[in-house]
Write a protein that binds this ligand. Structure first.
Ligand code: T3D
Length: 259
């Protein structure tokens, strides 16, 4: 992908950190920025890194789409269809990543920025984390997968309330209603620690855990058991299972390779 000042990419041990970097606009995404987000996610998928951490520079996580351009002609006269395909491709790329993803929400997450956080597997927040499905306040409707993710996090009624009011949820309420897994004072340290803990586990097992958990609300128990069984058979045949069992017997930490 093309490196850009607006999207910082850094590998810290096994973790790939992607930092949205337009701090003066609370990391709002410019109209031509969605492809960069998608490409950064796809580059992580293709990389050796085992866990992705998504965060923002400065005091914001991501304020959604950049509302600065006064010329919105790219959104009307049919152009909006292409814009939304681009937004959708970025959201789909995030959902499709086979490896674990962590959102480190360091400040406000608004609109598509909120839903980008919810599209990650685990959402950690600083005490300054705030969330708003701001769309209806701007004459818009929920996008970037919010109608998919939000009911899964907070239940259908709360999802509708948050989306219909656009109100701002602070970190403590976000923790209480299930938007956040944890509030932590030292967010980068905790996000890295969690990334390293996850990255120490077997990649094949992690990938099928993620895929099967993501599919859980669309499956019957019988279908879930079938998918778990098929994934477990793949793990049975892996070098990593042999390594995991050997390491247990030898009372040492396993060294998983993903094979
Ligand atoms: O076009 C497409 O790509 C379609 C996709 C649409 C999906 C969407 O995400 S629509 C939703 C767009 N986002 C918003 O409506 C959020 C707008 N921002 C806010 O409502 C507030 O800024 C926040 C609630 C997020 C935070 O409030 P606060 O008081 O902490 O900060 P602030 O003072 O409002 O903002 C600080 C600066 O960031 C300010 O600039 P200034 O005055 O210091 O020069 C503000 O204009 C700028 N900023 C904040 N959000 C955006 C932004 N600049 C551009 N775009 C933004 N979205």
């Amino acid at each position: 992908m093309v490196p850009t000042d607006e999207l910082l990419i850094e590998d810290r041990g096994p973790a790939r950190w992607i930092t949205l970097n337009r701090p003066d606009r609370l990391n709002a995404i410019a109209p031509d920025g969605w492809d960069g987000v998608r490409e950064a996610i796809e580059a992580f998928e293709a990389s050796e890194q085992r866990v992705m951490v998504l965060t923002g520079s400065g005091r914001g996580f991501c304020a959604g789409a950049d509302l600065t351009p006064t010329d919105i002609s790219h959104l009307v006269e049919g152009g909006g269809v292409e814009t939304m395909k681009t937004v959708g491709r970025a959201a789909q790329a995030l959902h499709d990543v086979s490896k674990p993803t962590i959102a480190a929400v360091n400040g406000v997450a608004a609109g598509a920025g909120m839903n980008m956080a919810l599209g990650c597997d685990i959402v950690l927040g600083s005490p300054d984390a705030r969330f708003t499905e701001v769309f209806v306040r701007r004459g818009l409707t929920v996008d970037f997968g919010g109608s998919f993710y939000l009911p899964r996090h907070v239940g259908l009624q709360r999802a509708k309330e948050l989306s219909m009011t656009g109100r701002v949820v602070d970190a403590h309420e976000a923790l209480r209603i299930g938007l956040l897994l944890e509030i932590v004072e030292d967010l980068p340290t905790r996000a890295q620690e969690l990334a390293e803990t996850i990255a120490a586990n077997a990649p094949l097992g992690l990938a099928s855990v993620k895929a099967n958990m993501n599919a859980s609300f669309q499956r019957t128990l019988a279908e879930a058991l079938e998918a778990e069984g098929a994934a477990q058979v793949v793990c049975f045949g892996s070098s990593d299972m042999a390594e995991g069992v050997a390491a247990f017997g030898e009372k040492r930490s396993p060294r998983f390779t993903g094979a």
